[in-house]
Design a protein around this ligand. Structure first.
Ligand SMILES: [Zn+2]
Length: 230
């Protein structure tokens, strides 16, 4: 189980970064962390993500009932609960309105995943979810078909939602989406962006897999060696 105080501190810190990076305006956006199988901690409604206090975070059960003594949860609580229900591997969700990525979502355009290796590796395809009114169960329902396969989604005429095993991973995915959207926008304004070929994308994925195996092997060897010294 994730410690509640630690989770609250992480939400505050990530809120500050979202705000400082211009990925939200006024009281936009919401972030949550799964505490255990039955509870989540979510940012409060009507508070700027740049000025939150740890004690303002709202604890909910998996049906959305408020367990904290006070505080009103974010209006996007349905979306968060639906994602956790569909993805037991996910422990944090980040929702924001970053300008470049949201501009794609506001023009009905999907982002390209064949321009940058970071996008190909960290995000994969970023689907565009059809419009539903923010803060309603309809928005949560519109997400369901995409949840199994994706960790980053554009919400039509609205914003972006990213999923992570940790709060930092969900936040970094938000940064990567926005950075990639900005680069694609700039590249297109310069001319015709050059796509990575299928072969290059396969090479990138293979190199990433090999690096992962190397890292795991090194960790195992280091653990074995440190065990010997004791
Ligand atoms: Zn929103």
């Amino acid at each position: 189980m994730m410690n509640k105080q630690q989770a609250a501190r992480e939400l505050v810190e990530i809120g500050k970064r979202l705000y400082a990076k211009g990925m939200v305006a006024a009281n936009d956006g919401n972030i949550s962390i799964r505490l255990d199988e039955r509870q989540i901690l979510i940012t409060p409604s009507g508070v700027s993500k740049g000025f939150m206090k740890a004690e303002e975070m709202v604890r909910l059960d998996s049906e959305g009932r408020v367990l904290s003594r006070f505080g009103q949860p974010s209006s996007e609580v349905y979306m968060h609960l639906e994602i956790y229900k569909n993805r037991t591997d996910i422990n944090s969700i980040c929702h924001a309105h970053p300008p470049y990525a949201t501009a794609f979502a506001a023009t009905g355009k999907t982002m390209r995943t064949d321009l940058l290796s970071e996008v190909a590796i960290a995000l994969g395809e970023i689907p565009l979810v059809k419009f539903a009114v923010p803060g309603t169960p309809a928005l949560a329902a519109a997400l369901i078909p995409y949840l199994k396969e994706h960790v980053a989604l554009l919400l039509a005429n609205h914003g972006v939602v990213t999923l992570g095993e940790s709060a930092l991973q969900a936040y970094y995915r938000m940064e990567t989406v926005e950075h990639a959207a900005k680069i694609q926008y700039l590249a297109q304004s310069l001319g015709q962006p050059l796509a990575l070929s299928r072969q290059q994308l396969e090479q990138i994925k293979r190199a990433e897999k090999e690096k992962l195996i190397e890292d795991i092997t090194r960790d195992i060897l280091e653990n074995l060696n440190s065990g010997k010294d004791e």
